[in-house]
Design a protein around this ligand. Structure first.
Ligand SMILES: [Zn+2]
Length: 311
C-alpha cells in the first residue's frame, strides 16, 4: 500500500504558515514533519524528513522528544514522535538517521526506536576529546547509534539510497545525507537558508566548518533540505556566499583588533550591529571560533581574555 496517502496541498512559501505535526510532500521521495519547537536558534522548528514513498522508509533528524504534553497544543493534538509515526503509516521504518546530536535533532531517536524496533544509524555519538570535555548544554547525551556511518557510506531502502557526507564544523560529528535518486542533500544545521550556522567551540570548529562548506561547494547537489527553514534551491550560490561571509568576518575581526587589543565581549557590538540581543551569546561563540582558527594560523594571540595582533 502507498503510505503517502492522498495528494497534499502545496507547501506555503511563507514559513509562518507551515503546520506542525503534519506530513508535507516536498518531492516524490521526501516528506517533512515540522516539530513545534520554534526559537531564535531553530527558526520555526526542526524539520524531520521521511525518505521513501512506500515499502520501507527512513527518518532524518527525528527532533526533540516531544511527547505532546501540555504546552504543545499546536501539534494538531499529538506529540512530534506520534506525528512522525502517523507520517510513516503502514510503511516499515528501517533507519532512524541523525545529522548531529544537538537537542533539537536527536532526542526523539530513542523513543522512535523503542516504538518501531528500527535501528539508529548515522552520525557518531559525540567524541570526548582528551583535551577537555567537548559537550555543552546543547548536546543530547541520550544518543546511542546502532551503526555509525562514515563519509561516503550508504544506506538503502526501496527506491532510495542515502549517502553520508561528513561535514564537521557546526559540531564535530555532523553528517549531511545525499539522496542519490533525486540529487537532494539533507544539510542538517551545516547549511540553512534562513541563517548562518552557529559554530561554538570547543566542539564547533571554524576551520572544519569552512572546509565543509568548500566540500559542499565542490559538489553538484540540486537542492538542500535543511533541518530549519525553507529548501535551498540555489545551493552553490548560497554556499559561496557563506564562504565569503566568513572570510569577511575574519577580516573584520583583524580590523577590530588592529584598532585595539580587546576581549570578545567588546568586539561583538562593533561587529554585529542590530543583532537580536538573544543571539549575543551565539555571536560571541562564533567570534571565538574565528579567533581560535586565526590563533592556530599565528595571526592573532591571546593573553587572558584579551586578543591582539602579534607584532
Ligand atoms: Zn538544529
Amino acid at each position: 500500500m502507498d503510505s503517502t496517502g492522498p495528494a497534499l496541498p502545496p507547501i506555503s512559501p511563507d514559513p509562518a504558515d507551515w503546520p506542525t505535526g503534519l506530513a508535507e510532500q516536498v518531492e516524490p521521495l521526501v516528506r517533512r514533519v515540522l516539530a513545534p519547537n520554534p526559537s531564535p536558534y531553530t527558526f520555526n522548528g526542526t524539520q524531520t524528513y521521511v525518505v521513501g514513498s512506500q515499502g520501507d522508509v527512513a527518518v532524518i533528524d527525528p527532533g526533540p522528544n516531544d511527547t505532546g504534553a501540555a504546552g504543545h497544543a499546536d501539534t494538531n493534538g499529538v506529540g512530534h514522535v506520534d506525528a512522525i509515526l502517523r507520517a510513516i503509516g503502514d510503511a516499515k521504518l528501517v533507519a532512524i538517521v541523525c545529522t548531529h546530536t544537538h537537542r533539537d535533532h536527536s532526542p526523539a531517536a530513542a523513543p522512535l526506536a523503542l516504538r518501531t524496533g528500527a535501528p539508529i544509524i548515522g552520525c557518531a555519538p559525540l567524541v570526548l576529546a582528551d583535551d577537555g570535555p567537548r559537550a555543552d548544554a546543547a548536546f543530547d547525551p541520550t544518543y546511542t547509534p546502532d551503526r555509525v556511518l562514515r563519509d561516503g557510506e550508504t544506506l538503502a531502502g526501496s527506491g532510495w539510497t542515502l549517502q553520508a557526507v561528513a561535514t564537521p564544523g557546526h559540531t564535530s560529528n555532523h553528517l549531511c545525507y545525499s539522496l542519490r535518486e533525486s540529487g537532494a542533500l539533507f544539510t542538517g544545521d551545516h547549511v540553512m537558508g534562513w541563517s548562518t550556522s552557529v559554530v561554538s567551540p570547543p566542539d564547533g570548529d571554524m576551520a572544519d566548518y569552512m572546509a565543509s562548506l568548500q566540500k559542499l561547494y565542490d559538489r553538484d547537489d540540486s537542492v538542500y533540505y535543511p533541518a530549519h527553514g525553507p529548501a535551498v534551491t540555489n545551493p552553490r550560490q548560497l554556499v559561496r556566499g557563506m564562504l565569503g561571509h566568513r572570510r569577511q568576518r575574519e577580516r573584520q575581526i583583524l580590523r577590530v583588533l588592529e584598532g585595539a587589543p580587546q576581549a570578545i565581549e567588546a568586539m561583538v557590538p562593533q561587529m554585529y550591529k542590530g543583532l537580536d540581543p538573544r543571539l549575543n551569546g551565539a555571536a560571541g561563540r562564533s567570534v571565538l571560533a574565528h579567533l581560535i582558527d586565526l590563533e592556530r594560523q599565528g595571526r592573532v594571540a591571546r593573553s587572558g581574555e584579551t586578543w591582539t595582533i602579534p607584532t
